[in-house]
Unconditional design. Structure first.
Lengths: 434, 301
């Protein structure tokens, strides 16, 4: 195009140069030289700017990348899963189990760049019984630079290791007990998250979140203009040689619970069906997490191994109202903890097996004297669970799984569980998160 | 106190000044592009290669180390054509380094500068792991390095204009010696022309187009799907009508399917370096093709 233009101009110039004296000719030569120079520059520019020539439809040109996760299970459970882990009646017990065949949440994901400054992500969970909920809906900066990333909206907190991973990426069909009881499976909040990546060869990431305190242990206060929950986290990671890589983290979370009501809480009077209690006070949690991945020569396709574990400890300090039917309020302070460790081994292409061990500690509560005869301060039981998993993934978009578990999280109840599951994704290619 | 402050200021200034003086920071997704950048930039660049030839470039994870290395990169050099779709976008975002964003000069995709093969006419995951932009394994046609080197040298000059003359000299030297090597390889590889071969993964259209190898079948029923016993048996029976001289796989691939078929069909299983570092002999780009051709010729025997 430009070449033709130059030629055309070059032809035109002599035509108009009817009175070709020396100076005019020189001027023409200069003009041609200039044009040639500009052509050359334009040609190099074209060579530099590839994207526009071959239009690579990034995610369908301007359309967002769309993905859909489909999942279903068959479950065989011995005992009633709604009975909470001993000592954790005041914590969530969102197990997600159901007997026989059942559809799990279908997850619709939509993401795209918004403009040169922002990108956006929305994940809509479609409940099997109908209805939908906004699982994630956030915008994030793409051009802040200096290692800074800001996220705004509803997101999974980046504390711990598993918290940010969506259900379809889990290695087991359920979350570890410590996640179920401490974070209602996954801490999700509405707010701001700022992360900073240090300019070092070792991965060092610092982050802070300010949120509404929407997800447990927060109580979604609507009477306050301030932040309802604060989170701090640091992640460090690197490779060890060519075959191993690791990441470790430390997290802090705090929120204030207001009238957090729990039903069916056992009491010292052994009231049938328990009582309803209400807690108001501070909740402070700290946690450590690590993951280590190994693959011969760093090649994960044939065999690979992943070892991960997390530990959380939470102190709740405030006042407890015992039995809302006949309320008695006094101080209450308890420190609970929980951890899990799991290993997943891909022993041949497409096939993996994994084991997980879970443990919780319900702690020894300091109960105010007026409630000393009402509230159980020590359950004298350590909830545990062993889980074994096999899965087969014909491609990176599909997975079939068998999971066996022995759940001893409830005193005097040993539940042997069997689950079969499929998890598949269609649409946009998911990210290979570490 | 005053001297302390002065020392601190001097230290800070040197720390700030250092990156400006230091070499161009390059993050290469695959070893072949790291090697090419090395040929063109010499000591003017500090190059980090994210993967090795023993790793399947489709299945890399966005490891913390990769995110950390991308944080300070001034140029990422990758294949493109969706080869790195599972991990590179995540690294680009998590590294929070807009210098290497996909629309910036700090982002270089080699696949833009060559003629893509096997561009699918329909996009359906039922066809396996197909890439909308075409087969991404462009690094096995040695001729592709000439246009890519030219574009990469131009990009280096754009990012580091002070050394533009240096890069252009290196490009000239590289192009000359590469052209000489191409002649040598094409003569060496003449016996391979028209030879029927089996491939484990659909990774060799560029190599086949260059050397004239004739692909008879693939061990993967669909690209990216592990070879199944049923499909291998089918390939084996197909070989009775349509014999092949050898079965080819990349150094990072499981040797079992190739070995299984090689034993039964009485042909050679050939493991190719696939990229720089895939074998001991493939030390640089020249070694990559010297060794690839030597191994293919040995496979004929």
């Amino acid at each position: 195009m430009l070449r033709y233009l130059t030629l055309f101009v070059a032809f035109c110039i002599p035509l108009s140069a009817h009175a070709a004296d020396e100076t005019e000719l020189q001027a023409i030569h200069e003009q041609i030289r200039q044009l040639e120079l500009r052509l050359q520059q334009a040609e190099t520019k074209v060579a530099h700017a590839p994207e526009h020539e071959h239009s690579e439809a990034g995610a369908n040109a301007f359309n967002p990348a769309v993905s859909l996760i489909l999942s279903g299970t068959y479950g065989r459970i011995g005992e009633n899963p709604d009975i909470p882990a001993s000592g954790f009646a005041m914590s969530p017990n969102n197990h997600g189990y159901s007997r026989s065949f059942s559809l799990k949440e279908s997850e619709l994901g939509i993401s795209a760049s918004i403009d040169p400054q922002f990108s956006g992500v929305a994940t809509i969970a479609l409940a099997p019984e109908g209805g939908s909920s906004v699982e994630n809906a956030f915008v994030q900066t793409t051009a802040l630079g200096n290692g800074l990333n800001l996220k705004m909206g509803r997101y999974f907190s980046a504390l711990g290791y598993l918290n940010e991973q969506h259900a379809h990426a889990w290695d087991f069909i359920d979350q570890p007990l410590v996640y179920r009881t401490f974070w209602d499976n996954q801490l999700s909040d509405d707010g701001l998250q700022l992360k900073w990546l240090a300019p070092t060869d070792t991965f060092v990431e610092l982050g802070a979140e300010l949120g509404r305190g929407r997800g447990y242990p927060g109580t979604d206060r609507q009477d306050s203009n301030g932040a309802g929950a604060e989170t701090l986290f640091v992640h460090v990671g690197d490779d060890i040689g060519i075959s191993s890589s690791w990441r470790a983290g430390f997290s802090l979370h705090q929120t204030h619970q207001v009238n957090a009501i729990s039903n069916n809480v056992p009491d010292l009077a052994a009231t049938a069906g328990g009582v309803s209690d209400s807690f108001t006070g501070d909740s402070k949690t700290s946690g450590v997490d690590f993951v280590w991945k190994y693959a011969p020569d760093g090649n994960t396709t044939v065999t690979n191994f992943k070892l991960q574990g997390e530990y959380f400890q939470r102190t709740q300090n405030g006042s407890l109202t015992y039995n809302l039917a006949a309320p008695v309020t006094d101080s209450y302070r308890v420190t609970q903890s929980g951890w899990y460790v799991q290993g997943v081994y891909q022993f041949m292409p497409n096939w993996r097996t994994g084991v997980r061990y879970d443990q919780l500690s319900s702690g020894n509560a300091e109960v105010g004297t007026t409630n000393a005869a009402n509230v159980i301060s020590n359950y004298a039981y350590t909830p545990t669970r062993y889980t074994l998993m096999f899965d087969y993934s014909p491609s990176e978009f599909s997975r079939l799984r068998l999971q066996l578990a022995q759940d001893k999280s409830r005193a005097d109840l040993v539940d042997n569980q069997i689950f079969l599951q499929y998890v598949m994704s269609l649409g946009a290619h998911g990210a290979h998160q570490f | 106190m005053h001297t302390m402050l002065k020392m601190l200021a001097v230290f800070l200034l040197t720390a700030l000044a250092l990156p400006a003086q230091a070499a161009l920071n390059i993050f290469a997704c695959e070893p072949e592009w790291g090697a090419l950048a090395q040929e063109l930039a010499g000591d003017k660049a500090s190059i980090y290669t994210a993967t090795t030839a023993l790793q399947d470039p489709h299945h890399v994870q966005a490891r913390p180390s990769l995110i950390a290395r991308a944080r300070r990169a001034q140029l990422v050099v990758c294949t493109g054509a969706e080869l790195e779709i599972g991990w590179l976008p995540l690294i680009l975002h998590e590294s929070a380094n807009p210098v290497i964003a996909a629309d910036r000069p700090g982002y270089f995709e080699a696949a833009h500068y060559v003629q893509m093969l096997e561009v699918p006419s329909r996009l359906d995951r039922a066809d396996g792991d197909v890439h909308a932009a075409g087969n991404p394994h462009i690094q096995l046609d040695a001729r592709n390095y000439l246009p890519i080197a030219q574009a990469l040298a131009a990009r280096l000059s754009e990012l580091d204009p002070a050394n533009a003359g240096f890069y252009s000299n290196r490009l000239q030297a590289f192009s000359q010696s590469w052209q000489a090597a191409l002649k040598r390889w094409e003569i060496q590889a003449a016996p391979l022309r028209g030879q029927p071969v089996l491939v484990q993964h659909r990774a060799y259209p560029y190599l086949e187009a260059w050397l004239g190898l004739k692909q008879v079948a693939e061990l993967e029923a669909k690209p990216g799907m592990e070879p199944s016993a049923a499909h291998l048996a089918q390939v084996l029976s197909q070989l009775q009508q349509q014999p092949a001289r050898m079965v080819i796989r990349a150094a990072y691939q499981d040797e079992k399917p190739s070995e299984w078929i090689a034993q039964r069909a009485h042909i050679n299983a050939v493991s190719l370096p696939f990229s720089v570092g895939g074998t001991a002999a493939a030390k640089d780009l020249y070694g990559l093709f010297d060794d690839t051709i030597a191994r293919l010729l040995a496979g004929l025997k």
